[in-house]
Design a binder for this molecule. Structure first.
Ligand code: DAH
Length: 357
């Protein structure tokens, strides 16, 4: 057997027998390395006669290539096997819950905002926003609170320092100024829902200086109290997840609506829990009314052409009613234990078809 054949068969056998990448590399060095056997044979070419070289050159080159190819092939096989082995030991059981258990939770107010937006979104309302620091015109004047009108006093307003000659600024006392911002920047038909923080200088068991409201506004041709009533009754049924609700609209006064009404719903008290929908007591849950013609005019909308209704409700109390929180104050104490207890999983987005809570 010639040197070439011997070396080739021995090398291929050693390559095949290499059980890991390290021993394969040792074989590669022994055959193809600088001092390796194949390299040694290649060096003999220099001492050959031209004729011999012409014959042996291609043979030795072919040997070198076959050995190198065999090393590469074995390397791929060994690497694949190593990966397989690693994957087999590093299994991940996808059926187990994530660890640690989720620590963050949505505040009930955020959850209720999302539920309310889902319900009205289903009725074609878009979410609108306005600034927390509002000017006097948007918060009061445009909403038909004339200067010096006693209704302004009921709002316990936080006034901001006003620069000389500047617009008087307040922390908005309600979300109604978003009505004005919407009507002065969009053309009817309008259907918006404005959730947000509002501020009043008040602090006791049922009042906090910052609280949350949701405002609704519909401006279209031919809108009347029937639309207001149907829309709000549908909302209450969806929100409290009850098939029927007994409601009444009780005359009230708001400067920006005429007529104005507060909506009451019947409820039952069973021990500490409250069931909304039927029962022997009335509970007030929101303010509403037909948008006052002065408000439409202040926003450049012709009241002879367009009518609308509006409503506003306190979200904190709606959350308390729906989820049984007895006290308003812990809402704003940022106690993680409270949030864990009353909070919601952040990935469960409420929807009318998929379920609210
Ligand atoms: N802005 C009123 C408040 O804070 C609530 C309200 C009542 C809003 C009637 C409305 C409405 O849009 O029509 O007390």
């Amino acid at each position: 057997m010639s040197d070439i054949q011997t070396i080739e068969s021995e090398a291929l056998k050693a390559i095949d027998g290499a059980s890991d990448l390290q021993s394969l590399d040792a074989v590669r060095v022994a055959e193809l390395g600088k001092k390796g056997r194949v390299s040694g044979l290649m060096k003999t070419l220099g001492k050959m006669s031209p004729k011999e070289r012409q014959e042996m050159g291609p043979k030795l080159n072919a040997l070198k290539n076959r050995v190198a190819d065999a090393v590469e092939a074995r390397k791929t096989t060994l690497e694949d096997a190593a990966l397989e082995a690693q994957l087999a030991t590093e299994t991940l059981d996808m059926t187990l819950p994530p660890k640690p258990e989720h620590v963050g939770a949505l505040h009930p107010v955020t959850q209720v905002f999302e539920e309310v937006a889902a319900i009205f979104g289903d009725m074609g309302f878009a979410v609108a926003e306005g600034p927390d620091i509002e000017d006097d015109w948007h918060n009061f004047t445009a909403l038909n609170f004339p200067e010096g009108h006693p209704a302004r006093e009921t709002h316990d307003t936080f006034f901001m320092e006003t620069p000389e000659g500047g617009d008087p600024k307040v922390l908005r006392t309600h979300t109604s100024p978003v009505q004005i911002r919407t009507m002065t920047s969009q053309k009817p038909p309008i259907r918006i829902l404005a959730p947000g923080r509002v501020y009043r200088n008040d602090w006791d068991a049922t009042h906090t200086p910052m609280f949350h409201q949701v405002e609704g506004l519909v401006i279209e041709k031919g809108i009347h109290m029937g639309h207001l009533k149907g829309c709000l009754v549908d909302f209450v049924k969806a929100f409290f997840e009850v098939d029927d609700v007994e409601a009444r609209f009780r005359p009230h006064f708001f400067p920006f609506t005429e007529p104005s009404a507060e909506m009451d719903v019947k409820y039952t008290k069973k021990g500490e829990t409250i069931e909304i929908g039927a029962g022997d007591r009335w509970m007030e849950i929101l303010g509403s009314g037909m948008v006052h013609p002065n408000v439409l005019r202040n926003c450049g909308i012709d009241p002879d052409e367009y009518q609308g209704f509006a409503f506003g409700m306190g979200i904190d109390r709606l959350a308390m009613l729906k989820y049984g929180m007895p006290d308003l104050r812990p809402y704003f104490e940022a106690d993680p234990a409270w949030t864990r207890h009353y909070g919601f999983k952040p990935w469960l987005t409420p929807s009318v078809s998929g379920g609210l809570s």
